[in-house]
Design a protein around this ligand. Structure first.
Ligand SMILES: NC(=O)C1=CN([C@@H]2O[C@H](COP(=O)(O)OP(=O)(O)OC[C@H]3O[C@@H](n4cnc5c(N)ncnc54)[C@H](O)[C@@H]3O)[C@@H](O)[C@H]2O)C=CC1
Ligand SMILES: O=C(O)[C@@H]1CCC=N1
Length: 271
């Protein structure tokens, strides 16, 4: 079995979800994972014991051994880390960032010319192997490194290779929208517990309803058609849908998407 050395710089929520996803998959590669962060040594200890990763107090030492370096820290931390990394990165290594707004070109512009770079937009469902991850590769990434990264992404769930511009526009849809879905779930759970049941049962009812709806969507049927199928003419669902339409539900979702993408662009350091 081939061993590939992966270094995560940043050990927060996204790194944890990705490491969990990688560890779930029994693929053809053995992942030797190192993790470094800014300050939180308790977090590193927790990751070490849960996921068999190596905690690194100084990521620069681990960077030398890495085949793939994943930047999983806030966009604002990239400037400084990339400046240092630019003195250490080697031509065979792949540098990937999961930071909102960063862009594969933004990444490449701060590293030596020709550095192999990729920009990833995973989501938190990576922890259960169900992320929808977007991936934009820089021009210089070798076929071998594309395949290694693809193998990581298969552990996280589904992935879709697209352009940098597409990742900018779709960040809200795949990266952030789980939070919107959780808000919807929270509202449904609150209604369920207020009206009829306990919290555990409410979680099951709402989670299974969302899972079933997601499976129908993934079967390829359009949401309008599925909505129509639920809403019996003159029936109960139509009354609820009218309230959502009155509140301009779809327009508000679009506003949330635009606000998210704009903020993502604003957070990234200037190129
Ligand atoms: N949370 C999510 O669902 C998603 C997050 N992302 C991206 O993932 C990145 C991390 O986000 P979260 O995990 O949510 O944040 P977080 O706050 O949970 O984790 C950030 C981590 O970065 C570390 N860090 C900060 N500055 C550092 C530095 N200079 N050197 C080394 N480590 C440093 C912190 O110690 C912490 O471990 C962000 O760029 C975000 O845009 C992308 C997709 C989804
Ligand atoms: O909230 C954020 O900035 C990150 C980007 C996508 C999801 N979480």
């Amino acid at each position: 079995m081939t061993t590939v050395h992966v270094l995560f710089i940043g050990a927060g929520r996204m790194a944890r979800a990705m490491i969990a996803g990688i560890r779930r998959r029994q693929g053809p590669i053995h992942w030797d994972i190192s993790v470094a962060n800014h300050q939180d040594s308790a977090r590193l200890t927790e990751l070490t014991t849960t996921f068999r990763v190596r905690a690194q107090t100084d990521w620069r030492t681990a960077a030398e051994q890495a085949d793939i370096i994943i930047l999983a820290m806030p966009p604002a931390a990239h400037q400084t880390v990339l400046e240092t990394l630019s003195h250490h990165v080697l031509p065979h290594q792949l540098v990937a960032s999961v930071a909102a707004g960063i862009g594969v070109s933004g990444l490449a512009s701060k590293l030596p010319e020709g550095t192999q770079c990729a920009w990833l937009m995973p989501n938190i469902a990576a922890a259960v192997g169900e992320s929808m991850t977007l991936c934009a590769f820089g021009d210089t990434v070798t076929a071998d490194n594309r395949e290694k990264l693809a193998e990581i992404l298969r552990g996280l769930g589904q992935y879709h290779v697209c352009t940098e511009t597409q990742v900018h526009h779709l960040t809200a849809i795949t990266g952030s929208a789980p939070a919107f879905a959780f808000q919807f779930a929270e509202a449904l759970e609150q209604a369920a517990t207020a009206l009829a049941t306990d919290e555990t049962t409410a979680r099951l009812l709402v989670g299974q309803m969302l899972l079933g709806s997601a499976k129908l969507l993934l079967s390829g049927r359009p949401p309008e058609e599925l909505t129509d199928e639920v809403a019996t003419p003159g029936g109960a669902t139509a009354a609820g849908l009218s309230v959502l339409t009155e509140a301009q539900f779809k327009t508000r979702v679009m506003d949330a998407i635009e606000a998210t993408n704009q903020r993502a662009r604003a957070l990234a350091p200037e190129t």
